[in-house]
Ligand binder design. Structure first.
Ligand SMILES: Nc1ncnc2c1ncn2[C@@H]1O[C@H](COP(=O)(O)O)[C@@H](O)[C@H]1O
Ligand SMILES: O=P(O)(O)OP(=O)(O)O
Length: 184
């Protein structure tokens, strides 16, 4: 599969091949019924990491800020921001930042959480690419976009390494394109 959402484009990208080669699947982790995609080996491989960052960065052309989601999205967000010459906004889980913060609660495939950013960071009018490792039910990306839009940002896209298509997360990402490097 390619990173394009157009199903007629089927060329397998370098990143997609590296993900296939290196991803570690775990059944019933962290809870029963979840098939967990551990991308740690992809990030630990120099070729894997650079191919993923290069291809995610394509989705960010024209953006001026990359938002990386706690915690695995930080690794990707920082790499993509460096590739694009932008800054990276770390969207942190609740309780990690001193107040005042702005927050957004959400549910993900295996629980619930809350994202926060410092209230003092002005994202109004910024063109933001949201980056994370996996798109599952879409709760995480949708919450990040809602929080940023609520502060006046324009979401120009979301970019993930892996999309678990059967969970339908893409349908919750409204008003911006979603790029994935590998769809399962
Ligand atoms: N099956 C999964 N494998 C790895 N990581 C996962 C998985 N399901 C969820 N995640 C993490 O949670 C969010 C995405 O979940 P949503 O249900 O789309 O909100 C993402 O940060 C993954 O790291
Ligand atoms: O493992 P993380 O910290 O990347 O977060 P989550 O599983 O909540 O997406």
């Amino acid at each position: 599969m390619s990173r394009h959402s157009d199903p007629s484009v089927t060329t397998e990208s370098t990143a997609s091949k590296n993900i296939d080669r290196l991803v570690r699947w775990a059944d019933d982790f962290p809870t029963a019924g979840v098939r967990f995609a551990d991308l740690t080996p992809v990030f630990a491989d120099a070729v894997g990491l650079s191919s993923v960052i290069d291809e995610l960065a394509v989705a960010g052309e024209g953006t001026d800020l990359v938002a990386g989601i706690d915690a695995r999205g930080f690794l990707l967000g920082a790499g993509v921001a460096l590739a694009l010459g932008s800054g990276v906004l770390a969207m942190r889980k609740a309780g990690k930042l001193p107040p005042p913060v702005v927050s957004q609660r959400y549910e993900l495939e295996y629980g619930a959480a809350e994202l926060e950013i410092p209230e003092a960071i002005d994202v109004s009018g910024r063109r933001v690419l949201v980056v994370d490792d996996v798109l599952a039910t879409g709760g995480t990306i949708a919450a990040a976009a809602e929080l940023l839009r609520g502060r006046g940002a324009e979401i120009v896209g979301a970019a993930v390494v892996l999309e678990i298509a059967a969970l339908g997360g893409r349908s919750r990402c409204e008003g911006y394109p979603v790029t994935c490097l590998k769809q399962v």
